[in-house]
Design a protein around this ligand. Sequence first.
Ligand code: F0G
Length: 409
Amino acid sequence: MKKVWQECIECHSVYGADVVKYKCDCGGLLEVRIDLESLDSISWDDFRSRKFNVWRYFELLPFEDNERIVSLDEGGTPLYKCERLGKWLGAKDVYIKYEGANPTGSFKDRGMSVGITKALKIGVKGVACASTGNTAASLAAYSAKAGIPCIVLVPRQTVALGKLFQAILYGAKVVRLDGTFDEALSLVWKIVDEVGVYLLNSINPWRLEGQKTVAFEIVDQLGKVPRYVVLPVGNCGNISAVWKGFKEMKAIDLTESAPLMVGIQAEGASPFVDLVKEGHDTLRPIEAPNTIASAIRIGKPINWKKALFAVKESNGLVAKVSDAEIIEAQRMLASLEGIGVEPAAAASVAGTKKLIENGEIDASETIVCICTGNILKDPNPELIKGLEPLDVTPNMELIRNVFTSLLKQ
Ligand code: F0G
């Protein structure tokens, strides 16, 4: 039998798997733990005989049985080798793990499949989250699939249009807040127990269990552990989840090494990068975060302590990038490789470029950038400034001339 429990990352207090708690009594973050020693004999061959999605790695997921799994076939996303992008970056062996290919277009689906499966097992009467957009879209879809009521709270001024449409159409009750994501999360968190709904933000450690599977997939696809794994950081959940995945693989001898975790934030919303760079012992929140990458417009990341472990334990790196650098990386990914990502997702590539240029990333090593969300999420006209289409009238001569001159450009 698989032993599963929840444990505080600070005081190591232990709680049962069915206790609904979002923090330890001491205030520390909780982590889901699986008795890894009981998994000694598992091998890549066992996994590879199964369908390529999150649930391929069932032994490493915190459930004893695979009854009532809520899945939209999430995970199993492409890992693209990118030679043209690599040349632009000045690096030899660059891969993009394209999380935009998930069912709702972001990595959140990995976590929501596991989170909603857990919600069903506990027997909740509804689910809720605060979100910059993707969490809301994903939670809405998975709760629709499970038939559970869903309420999401999003920042009215900044939520990307595609994400808002998704949440509404998947049937969530969408509430817009005149305020920031950080305020939204703090408000939702305070009322979930009273209202009787289950919180599925990344403070919920079960969700992160699903998100860790991207680490398994990277090794599964690449056939080795890359030297660097680079990803955008907002609320600090995903970098923690991915690192947990790499640590667990190593603990049960599925791998012999682990990568350096590299976290990228936008300049206007970089409290975690500042924390690491300046060596403070506690996070200094940013009250009015601002970046075109609305998904990571976060000033008070809730999982910063877990993320700090991830960067420190992996000997990792952090960097912040400007909006202009994010937009440039988004365009390069799209126009050199045909990989369409939203701005936050492009931050991983922008950060890689910066870290190669200043010599912090060794460009001769294997680099995997996780691109977390799909291009269709955020059709913001700002992103195509200077690339606007030519408008023409239905005149054959005019169109012939335009085509001919465009071909010469
Ligand atoms: N990339 C994208 C596309 C995201 O949507 C997010 C987070 C992140 C990166 C950062 O991940 O928060 O785990 O560090 N989006 C959340 C949301 C906050 O509400 O959709 P993180």
